[in-house]
Design a binder for this molecule. Structure first.
Ligand code: SF4
Length: 358
């Protein structure tokens, strides 16, 4: 089997800790996902990621706490105001609390995410955070996935008990929706300035996105020092205008996850790599993190995603085990074994043989 020497050189350099350049990453994405070059890329990223994170996975969960026609009007989202037919709904505090307890009581969750529409009631969100903070383990991090906000609000969120925020300057932001890329990046600066963990992602990837724009977004995330990076493919929702472009395959997504992994080799803030939606190919190509989901989900046509596309915690744990992960990272350098499952991981030596020191 012939594999490009240029690709071999890039991957050998990566194996010794040197991150590929922007041009290298574009080259890696220029190969078809079924090529030998892509297979070697995925294997290399998998090995390097498992060594970097000591073969520990991270399990996260998100609750979408409201649904409304969203003025950002993202042409791939089930809540876009120009075509959504989902009824508006704000989850009651009791229901949010019930989900929060169910998702955190097993002691295996690193962070609980709360998601709103682009426009949201900031005071209400603070109340929700303060309420669930009283009832869930202080060990679990709380992360918000909300619209744009400023530094003062970021500091208020932190004071209320929020540890991090998911925020993205999306692919074709301002073209496929009504938002301004500069406003998105200002929010990222507020997140970083308030010392919140910044979770981000290369998303929402469709077949029309070329390697250059994908790599630009990946590098931007590392330039700002993300706590988590990821890759997410766009789901072709039947009523969304961008569904006409189709979807990329999970194999192509895995190739992009691998580039996210290698491009992050020198990012000191990076603590995990996720793949959305959860799937095995991503988890054996550099990703070590997946999310369970409940409530609203922009990739779902049903308002309670836990009854539809969203995976539960057990589904996620089983998927992680199938992909060779048997321990989960928790905040503050703690770890827990995935337990009470039928699959017994092979007890060979871990990629590093060591535990993290920082
Ligand atoms: S992806 Fe988020 S910002 Fe865009 S329309 Fe959906 S809810 Fe609004």
């Amino acid at each position: 089997m012939k594999v490009s020497q240029q690709v071999r050189n890039i991957l050998q350099a990566a194996a010794s800790g040197i991150r590929p350049s922007r041009e290298d990453c574009i080259l890696l994405l220029d190969f078809p996902e079924f090529s030998p070059e892509s297979a070697l890329l995925r294997a290399t990223a998998d090995a390097l990621s498992r060594a970097r994170f000591y073969n520990h996975a991270m399990l996260l969960a998100q609750i979408g706490i409201e649904i409304a026609p969203c003025l950002a009007d993202c042409q791939f989202c089930s809540f876009a105001e120009s075509y959504t037919d989902l009824p508006s709904h704000t989850m009651e505090l009791d229901e949010i609390l019930l989900h929060s307890k169910n998702l955190t009581e097993h002691g295996n969750l690193h962070s609980l995410f709360l998601m709103t529409m682009h426009t949201f009631d900031f005071e209400h969100l603070l109340q929700v955070v303060q309420h669930i903070r009283k009832h869930i383990s202080p060990q679990v991090h709380v992360v918000v996935n909300i619209g744009d906000f400023n530094l003062a609000q970021a500091e208020e969120l932190r004071a209320a008990g929020v540890n991090g925020a998911y925020h993205v300057r999306r692919l074709r932001e301002g073209i496929d929706n009504t938002l301004q890329p500069t406003a998105r990046l200002r929010t990222v600066e507020a997140i970083r300035s308030a010392r919140l963990d910044w979770y981000t992602c290369c998303e929402p990837i469709g077949p029309e996105h070329n390697p250059t724009e994908i790599v630009d977004q990946i590098f931007e995330s590392y330039d700002f020092g993300c706590f988590q990076n990821a890759a997410m493919r766009r789901v072709a929702l039947p009523k969304s205008p961008l569904a006409a472009n189709g979807q990329i395959s999970e194999l192509r997504l895995a190739q992009i996850v691998s580039v996210v992994t290698l491009a992050g080799l020198e990012c000191k803030e990076l603590k995990s790599i996720a793949v959305h939606e959860p799937n095995a190919l991503g988890l054996v190509s550099g990703a070590n993190c997946i999310y369970a989901e409940a409530g609203a989900n922009p990739r779902d046509t049903r308002s309670k995603t836990e009854q539809s596309r969203g995976l539960g915690l057990l589904d996620c744990e089983e998927l992680l085990l199938e992909c060779g992960f048997s321990t989960l990272m928790l905040p503050d350098q703690k770890y827990v074994t995935i337990s009470a499952r039928d699959i017994v991981p092979h007890s060979g030596t871990s990629p590093s043989g060591n535990q993290p020191s920082d």
